[in-house]
Design a protein around this ligand. Structure first.
Ligand code: SAH
Length: 208
């Protein structure tokens, strides 16, 4: 069902479609929302945060062009749904979340799914994860006013980065491809994410 929805909206990467068909989205939701797990809509996961709409997860994942040997950095673990899909597709996923409660729950889900190629840590992801950089892919699942400089620095040559950039109300998904000649940006459409809270992005007080 999810697969048909995603294909209808233009997600064609076969590996991405297979990873999304594999991931049990209901495991990433509070139990009272399990019945809504396969609606193509964002849903609340507690702590005023949301799990992204499946179409947006599929779109962002496909734009990373994930390869089996890749190492990917995710900022904003949240429920861990996007993390799990990436872990199914690439060699290693490094994920950073600022809210301890969400991180603890996400790590429990990774264990339950026997995903052993995820390293998760608590912190401000706008600074990236310099100790294990560079990354073949970087995905930011919270909105930023601009691309945080450390993330651009930690993208490998040939790598791709996907980030929602805009204000607190709406953003545009930006895909950055780093090649031998520099950074090439593409805007792929409007989205609405919760804010990236950081000295390098939005302050907690600025939340609507
Ligand atoms: N990828 C998630 C979407 C989570 S919503 C999923 O599939 O469920 C965005 C998440 O980013 C929230 O959990 C929020 O707490 C987190 N976040 C916000 N600012 C952050 C920061 N500076 N560093 C790390 N995580 C951050």
């Amino acid at each position: 069902m999810l697969r048909a929805q995603l294909e209808a909206r233009g997600i064609r990467d076969r590996r991405v479609l297979a990873a999304m068909a594999w991931a049990p989205r209901e495991w990433f939701l509070p139990s009272h929302l399990a019945a809504d797990a396969y609606d193509d809509a964002p849903l609340p996961i507690g702590n005023a945060q949301t799990i992204s709409q499946p179409y947006i997860v599929g779109l962002m994942t496909a734009e990373l062009v994930p390869q089996r040997r890749d190492r990917v950095l995710e900022i904003g673990t949240g429920s861990g749904y996007q993390t799990a899909i990436l872990a199914h597709l690439v060699r290693a996923v490094y994920t950073v979340e600022r809210l301890p409660d969400l991180l603890v729950e996400a790590e429990e889900r990774f264990r339950r799914l026997r995903l052993t190629n995820i390293e998760a840590r608590l912190g401000d992801g706008a600074h990236g994860w310099p100790e294990v950089a560079p990354f073949d892919g970087i995905i930011v699942t919270a909105a930023a006013p601009q691309l945080p400089a450390p993330l651009a620095d930690q993208l490998a040559e040939g790598g791709r980065l996907v980030i929602p950039i805009g204000d607190l109300v709406s953003q545009e998904l930006v895909v950055v491809h780093r090649t031998g000649t520099g950074f090439h940006e593409r805007r792929i459409g409007g989205v609405r994410f919760v804010p990236l809270i950081s000295r390098l992005a939005f302050t907690e007080e600025s939340r609507p």
